[in-house]
Write a protein that binds this ligand. Structure first.
Ligand SMILES: Nc1ncnc2c1ncn2[C@@H]1O[C@H](COP(=O)(O)OP(=O)(O)O)[C@@H](O)[C@H]1O
Ligand SMILES: [Mg+2]
Length: 268
C-alpha cells in the first residue's frame, strides 16, 4: 500500500493538472510512445499547456524522439523541473534518472513503484491543461500501479491493425474498464502506407483491425495513423515528427485525433 504522505504529495501535484490522458496498449512495439509524443505535440500546437510523462522504465525513449536526450531535469525550490521541449510542452522521463553507471538498484527491484510514486510527488509541473502519460506496456502489475498512482481523466488504447494486436487491445480495454478509466477510444497505428514510388496505398499490416475492435467493444474509434518511414528516421535523429512533417498524412491524422480528444474531454 502506498503511504499516505506520498499519496497526498502526488494528489497535490495532480491538482494543478486539468486533464490527464493515459496512453496504453495491450503489448509493446505498437507505437505507444510515438503516439504519446505526437499527441502531446499536437495538443501543445493547439495552444494547450502540456506535460508528457514517460514512466516506461524498460524502454524510455521519449527524450530521444523529442530531441532532448542530452538535457536533464533541474531542481528548483518547488521541486523537480521538467525538461522543456517547446514553450507549451515539457517532459519528465524516467530515463533521465537511469543514466550513468550509478543507476540505483531501486529502479529495478520491488521498490520501483514506491520510488516512482515518491518521484512523481516531487515534480513541479505547474499549471497544465493536459498531462499525457506514456504508460508501461501491457496489462500487468506495472501499468496497473501507474494507472492507480495517477488517476487519469481519459485513456486511449493504441493498437496495430493485425488480428493478434486487436486481441491485445481487447485485453487493454478490459483492463481500463476494470480500473473505471474513461476510455476515449482506440487509435489504429501503422495502418497502411503510401508506396514511396507510386503513392498507391499498401496495407502492410492489413487495415481496419482497430476499427473493428472499437465497434465490437463499443468504444469510439479515434482514427488511423499510417506507417510513415519518416517517423523512424526523424525519431532516430531526435526531430519531432509532426513539427518536422506537418503536411504528411500521419501528422494530419495525429492533429485530427488530438481534436477528437479535446472534444471528447469537453463533452465528458
Ligand atoms: N506510424 C508509424 N510509422 C512508422 N514507424 C512507426 C510508426 N509508429 C511507430 N513507429 C516506429 O515503431 C517503433 C516502435 O514504436 P514505439 O512508439 O517505440 O512503440 P511502443 O512505445 O509501443 O513500444 C519505433 O521505431 C517507431 O519509430
Ligand atoms: Mg514505448
Amino acid at each position: 500500500m502506498a503511504n499516505i504522505e506520498e499519496n497526498v504529495k502526488v494528489a497535490k501535484v495532480l491538482e494543478k493538472i486539468k486533464n490527464r490522458l493515459l496512453v496504453f496498449s495491450g503489448k509493446g512495439g505498437v507505437g505507444k510512445s510515438t503516439v504519446s509524443a505526437n499527441l502531446a505535440l499536437a495538443l501543445a500546437n493547439k495552444g494547450k499547456k502540456v506535460g508528457l510523462l514517460d514512466v516506461d522504465i524498460h524502454g524510455p525513449n521519449l527524450p530521444k524522439m523529442l530531441g532532448v536526450e542530452n538535457e536533464n531535469m533541474g531542481i528548483s525550490s518547488e521541486g523537480i523541473k521538467p525538461v522543456r521541449v517547446n514553450d507549451n510542452l515539457h517532459l519528465v522521463s524516467m530515463s533521465y534518472l537511469l543514466q550513468g553507471p550509478n543507476v540505483p538498484v531501486i529502479w529495478r527491484g520491488p521498490m520501483k513503484m514506491k520510488a516512482i510514486e515518491q518521484f512523481l510527488g516531487d515534480v513541479a509541473w505547474g499549471e497544465l491543461d493536459w498531462l499525457v502519460i506514456d504508460s508501461p506496456p501491457g496489462t500487468g502489475d506495472e501499468p496497473l500501479s501507474v494507472a492507480q498512482l495517477i488517476p487519469a481523466s481519459g485513456a486511449v488504447v493504441v493498437t496495430t491493425p493485425q488480428e493478434v494486436s486487436v486481441m491485445d487491445s481487447r485485453k487493454a480495454v478490459a483492463f481500463a474498464r476494470k480500473l473505471n478509466l474513461n476510455i476515449l477510444g482506440i487509435i489504429e497505428n501503422m495502418s497502411g502506407m503510401a508506396c514511396p514510388h507510386c503513392g498507391e496505398k499498401i496495407d502492410l499490416f492489413k487495415e481496419g483491425g482497430g476499427y473493428k475492435a472499437a465497434l465490437d467493444l463499443n468504444i469510439p474509434f479515434l482514427g488511423k495513423i499510417p506507417l510513415d518511414p519518416q517517423i523512424v528516421i526523424l525519431g532516430d535523429e531526435g526531430k519531432s515528427f509532426i513539427t518536422s512533417q506537418p503536411e504528411s498524412d500521419a501528422s494530419k491524422a495525429f492533429m485530427k485525433i488530438a481534436e477528437k480528444i479535446l472534444k471528447a474531454q469537453k463533452a465528458a
